[in-house]
Design a protein around this ligand. Structure first.
Ligand SMILES: C[S@@+](CC[C@H](N)C(=O)[O-])C[C@H]1O[C@@H](n2cnc3c(N)ncnc32)[C@H](O)[C@@H]1O
Length: 214
């Protein structure tokens, strides 16, 4: 996290209040976990600045059924479950057993265990077995398989629903040019933008893709 983001988040917390502070402790715990877990751990929780997106989508669509690819310690899953309300259901995919255990503990400690189901395993193995359509899908995993995820993501997003793909910065940011899978990000985005089933907006600076399922 750079100093610009620290200032921006502080300001957003002051301006937006609970929408940005909700489960902030789990955001912080996710960073602490990554530093302690060691090399190879990629639990980078989504930015608290993105937290108001979930209640916005929940009201606008409306949305009660969420799918996340890349659970980490459950920070965004908790936000989506809060946004969807008591009747909501969040399925979140996690390949790392330790992350899945910690996420289940955190979610149940927050009274969200009955709204969130942690699906353990590799996304490419689990996605084809999911059948119900989702109102909102959030992809926040290892970039290497994003192009291969796309047919499943298109199948699982209901018409009128949203696919949100996080952190496509390896393609766009100078500082990220040495990161792996830049070409996979490009391939994914070209497929997504040209896919007639979606209408996509890539947010400059944040480098998230917001895709409306037509
Ligand atoms: C960036 S973190 C997710 C953070 C989480 N979305 C949040 O906002 O708190 C990525 C997580 O996805 C998991 N992951 C990465 N690639 C995966 C894959 N192909 N299948 C399942 N889990 C994956 C990692 O183990 C890690 O816990």
């Amino acid at each position: 996290m750079d100093i610009t983001e620290i200032d921006a988040i502080t300001l957003l917390r002051e301006i937006c209040g609970e929408q940005v502070t909700l489960h902030y402790d789990l955001y912080e715990k996710s960073h602490v976990h990554r530093e302690q877990h060691g090399e190879g751990c990629d639990v980078h929780p989504s930015s608290p600045g993105d937290a108001p997106l979930w209640p916005l989508l929940a009201v606008a669509l409306p949305a009660e059924r969420f799918l996340e690819v890349g659970c980490g310690l459950g920070y965004t899953a908790a936000l989506m479950a809060e946004a969807g309300g008591p009747g909501s259901r969040v399925d979140t995919i996690e390949a790392d057993e330790e992350h899945a255990d910690l996420a289940e503990q955190e979610l149940s400690r927050r009274g969200l265990g009955d709204r969130v189901r942690v699906l353990r395993g590799e996304a490419m193995v689990l996605l084809p077995d999911l059948t119900d359509p989702y109102d909102v899908i959030f992809v926040d995993a290892d970039w290497s398989e994003y192009p291969a995820f796309l047919p499943q993501l298109a199948r699982l997003t209901r018409p009128g629903g949203f696919l949100v793909t996080a952190n496509l910065f390896p393609l766009f940011e100078e500082w990220a040019q040495e990161m792996p899978y830049k070409e996979k990000v490009r391939e994914y985005l070209e497929l997504l933008v040209r896919d007639s089933r979606f209408h996509t907006y890539i947010i400059p600076g944040r480098w998230h893709a917001l895709s409306l399922r037509l």
